[in-house]
Design a protein around this ligand. Structure first.
Ligand code: ATP
Ligand code: MG
Length: 415
């Protein structure tokens, strides 16, 4: 190595599994968030903000110690005051904590939505990052199946408005009420015990604490055993059947297509009744774009009053990757070429008038004046406005087509 090189300061690298975004992907990301913000208002969901950091207990207690997230994926550390802090790996637990600490029971049923960064120590790959982002919607304090249906119709409309509903399927299951679930759990344990010798190590560990989770194991050793396990249907109480029937009736009435997936369980011990995922085969192994369910026991597990609740989360990066190529229109309304420096003030007035009037506008005023028109013409815009001198007089020329161009022209002609 040369002397020079060793003297150079090493540039810090980004943390593995994090992403920098600029241009096209940043635009796609923003488009997903903007669409979510618009649609959540249509469904009457209030905006909520919760901290990125929470006491570790918020997640350890609510997610359950055997879930992948708590067992392997959390970014936890002791802060300078000696408190164990965790970077949020999901939204639901933090929102449930906020519901209790702020006394939001008074607003029940409370419909809230949020979005932002989350952190999980995962193996980075396409569609899987250590800092990633989610959209999140929750209904707290409602035990009505109409709440489940409303959340699902909301999710379906979001995917349709993003233009990605094609090729994305809503898969739905019920985990029943406590009674159904306990009976089913016992039958599953019996089934899995009988096949103990052939289960993967991970599933053996789940057998004691979280046997339902074996059902959605991705390990090929577990698949035949999981596939031959009993469905919940035989164990559903009449009440649980009615609940599931009301959710699916709500979906059918709203015209939302769904498929039953009797193997679908979502990890948490506190899940009840509805569990669902919107899945696609367009993202390789990372095929779940949106998932959620009803978690009636969670708020109580965090020390709050018994509170029925249901919600979902969707990965923003995965949604952004699915968007069609032509959804982002970055075209400006107008671009101004200053062809003669003596007219800079006039061009600047035109620029200010357009921007104040709500027209997205850029100006090309540097470099050789002769080249500015061509430079401006390369910037995608509805109108190309040149400001210069003709016959010794200030002169404005506008080229363009369509309503935006005409409206921009009217603004500069009125100067
Ligand atoms: P997976 O099975 O893909 O690990 P999950 O069950 O851990 O998903 P949830 O906790 O339900 O995912 O999170 C909801 C959504 O957040 C997922 O459907 C996915 O779109 C997104 N998501 C989860 N983990 C990541 C990650 N590490 N990177 C990017 N997106 C993610
Ligand atoms: Mg995961």
């Amino acid at each position: 190595m040369s002397k020079d090189k060793s003297a150079r300061i090493a540039t810090p690298q980004a943390v593995r599994g994090t992403q920098d975004m600029l241009g096209d992907f940043a635009d796609r990301f923003a488009h997903v968030v903007d669409t979510f913000e618009r649609v959540r208002r249509l469904y009457g969901f209030k905006r909520v903000e919760v901290p990125v950091i929470e006491p570790t207990a918020v997640f350890a207690r609510s997610l359950g110690e055997t879930t992948d997230v708590v067992a392997k994926e959390m970014y936890s550390f002791d802060d300078r005051g000696g408190e164990s802090i965790t970077l949020r790996p999901e939204f639901t637990a933090g929102i449930a904590r906020a519901y209790i600490t702020n006394g939001w029971q008074q607003f029940a049923p409370l419909k809230v939505a949020t979005h932002g960064p989350l952190f999980r120590y995962e193996r980075p790959q396409k569609g899987r990052y250590r800092q990633f982002h989610q959209l999140d919607a929750e209904v707290l304090g409602s035990d009505s199946p109409l709440a489940d249906a409303e959340l699902l119709v909301f999710a379906d409309q979001l995917l349709k408005e993003l233009g990605i509903a094609e090729g994305v399927t809503l898969t739905l299951n019920t985990l029943g009420d406590a009674e159904s679930r306990d009976a089913w759990r016992a039958a599953l344990v019996e089934h899995f015990e009988a096949h103990r010798g052939n289960l993967s190590e991970d599933s053996l560990a789940r057998l004691d604490k979280n046997p339902l989770r074996i059902l959605d194991s991705k390990d090929p050793r577990d698949r035949p055993i999981a596939d031959s396990a009993p469905d919940i249907d035989a164990f559903l109480t009449g009440e649980a059947q009615d609940f599931f029937g009301a959710v699916t009736a709500g979906l059918d009435a709203a015209g939302v297509a769904w498929e039953r997936n009797a193997r679908l369980v979502r990890g948490l011990d506190y899940y009840r009744h509805t569990a669902f995922e919107f899945v696609t085969d367009r993202l390789g192994a990372q095929g779940t774009v949106l998932g959620g369910g009803r978690y009636d026991g969670l708020i109580e597990a965090l020390g709050g009053p018994p509170t029925a609740a249901v919600g979902w989360a969707a990965g923003i990066e995965r949604l952004a990757m699915l968007l069609a190529d032509d959804v982002i229109d970055n075209r400006l309304d107008a671009v101004i070429a200053v062809e003669d420096d003596s007219q800079l003030a006039l061009a600047t007035r035109a620029l200010a008038a357009l921007r104040n009037g709500g027209f997205a506008t850029e100006i090309v005023a540097s470099g050789s004046p002769r080249k500015r028109f061509d430079k401006a013409a390369k910037i995608p815009a509805h109108a190309l406005i040149s400001v210069g001198i003709r016959d010794g007089e200030p002169h404005i020329n506008v080229r363009g087509e369509g309503d935006r161009s005409k409206a921009a022209e009217a603004v500069v002609r009125a100067l």
